[in-house]
Design a protein around this ligand. Structure first.
Ligand code: URA
Ligand code: CA
Length: 433
């Protein structure tokens, strides 16, 4: 087999076989296929697309390019959730204990935040003592005992994807549905998921700017999952503004605690119920999405979800008393209000720019090496569609430095006030096949 022939085959719009795709990914991972040939192929895929079989083959070839996590010692169907990336997206912190309270095993491998998006591990580390440096054995034992544990990323998972993603980034081939879908799915499958729930974000703060593009990506991923034996569902949700009110690590933990008790922001609660229902249903703990949702509401109301959060924190060395006394979470020195300059209705809150403002305060990392400040961040006091009067606080800045002029400027530029505006739709659609 010669790479040049395979590039030509794809260039002419023909489908590659399973063996051909395996040959390409193996060769690319071990260096036999050079970057220049792989970029030519990526560009051919960008223009000629891949059929369902090719997409499934590409996904599995990338899964098999490195280590895979074996969760077979964990009882039950392991359902993983993945979000295509958002700002102030507190869903994982809420969903993990919420579905675990219904005995859905949550064996979560998580990362740290980079740029304007936060990471679940950073958020959890704002709880005194909590740590994710546990052995695989401890991880499996915790999930079997408590139904919930989080571990840091380890091992050499999907090296082919790592290399290809970096190459796509510099060859204008990131935005290709078959390449994005296989990239995301390969990582979830390598991490051991039996079933997958996807939160595909759309809007200004998201990768997929339109609902149509988001739907196409969701269908592509659901189809790959089902073709490789992992039941998969997806939700298309809004990221035209940050989710909930809190953006920042300790602030989001507090927001998650509120939401687990049914006292959180309504948009965050709604999205958690939709995603959580899919997780519970795919794990076989309910016979319909409606039944799953009713069960989730029950564990929120009767305190079992909150109790599960405490068990989870304690299981990994964390001080579970923060759940009842959230003032024990790291607190910023200064709370600075950002008053509206005019009357009207909030019409825009540009999610990624607001995420960048939180990052500049220290809540996120500009580079992988940056230190973060767990206490700082932003609390939105208004969301799109809310009425404001001049002087009302749009945002409360939680900061450890007194001068936050740069952050204020970004906020003023990216929260727009108009004569009228309506709250955006939160969940656009649910994709089940
Ligand atoms: N996220 C990924 O993990 N891969 C892509 O290709 C795009 C977004
Ligand atoms: Ca939030």
């Amino acid at each position: 087999m010669r790479m040049v022939d395979l590039i030509e085959k794809k260039r002419e719009g023909h489908a590659l076989t399973t063996e051909e795709i395996q040959f390409i990914i193996k060769g690319y991972t071990n260096g036999d296929v050079p970057d220049y040939q792989m970029s030519a192929l990526a560009m051919a895929i960008f223009f000629k697309d891949m059929n369902d079989q090719e997409r499934a083959d590409l996904t599995m070839a990338m899964v098999n390019s490195g280590d895979t996590i074996d969760l077979s010692e964990i009882e039950g169907i392991k359902v993983d959730k993945h979000s295509t990336g958002g700002v102030g997206d507190t869903t994982t912190l809420v969903l993990a204990p919420l579905v675990a309270a219904l005995d859905v095993p949550v064996a979560k491998m998580s990362g740290r935040g980079l740029g304007h998006t936060g990471g679940t591990i950073d958020k959890l580390e704002s709880i005194e003592g909590f740590h994710v440096e546990i052995t695989n054995e401890q991880f499996i034992e915790l999930v079997n005992k408590d139904k919930i544990a989080v571990i840091g990323q380890s091992g050499n998972l999907t090296p082919a994807d790592k290399k290809l993603y970096a190459l796509r980034d510099v060859t204008a081939t990131v935005n290709s549905i078959p390449l994005i879908a296989s990239s995301i799915m390969s990582k979830k499958i390598a991490a051991g998921a039996d079933a997958i729930v996807l939160d595909v974000k759309t809007g200004a703060g998201a990768f997929m700017k339109t609902v149509e593009d988001a739907k196409e990506l969701a269908h592509a991923m659901v189809s790959i999952g089902n073709n490789v034996g992992r039941k998969t569902m997806a939700v298309i949700s809004d990221m035209s503004q940050p989710l909930g009110f809190a953006i920042g690590n300790a602030l989001e933990v507090k927001e998650a605690i509120d939401t687990l008790q049914g006292k959180g922001p309504k948009d965050l609660e709604e999205l958690c119920l939709v995603l959580g229902s899919q997780m519970v249903y795919l794990a076989g703990k309910a016979s319909s999405l409606e039944e799953a949702e009713a069960k989730l509401k029950e564990v929120m109301a009767n305190g079992k979800a909150l109790e599960k959060f405490k068990v989870f924190l304690a299981g990994q060395g964390g001080d579970a008393s923060v759940v009842d006394q959230p003032e024990k979470l790291p607190q910023a020195k200064f709370k600075i209000e950002v008053p509206a300059k005019e009357n009207g209705v909030v019409s825009e809150i540009v999610a990624d720019e607001i995420g960048t403002a939180a990052m500049i305060l220290g809540a996120g990392r500009a580079t992988k090496e940056s230190e973060i400040d767990l206490a700082v961040g932003l609390m939105l006091n208004k969301k799109i569609g809310d009425k404001v009067e001049a002087g009302d606080s749009l945002v409360t800045i939680h900061s450890n430095k007194e001068n936050v002029e740069d952050v204020m400027n970004i906020i003023y530029k990216n929260i727009k006030i108009a004569d009228k505006a309506e709250a955006p739709t939160l969940v656009y659609s649910v994709v089940t096949e």
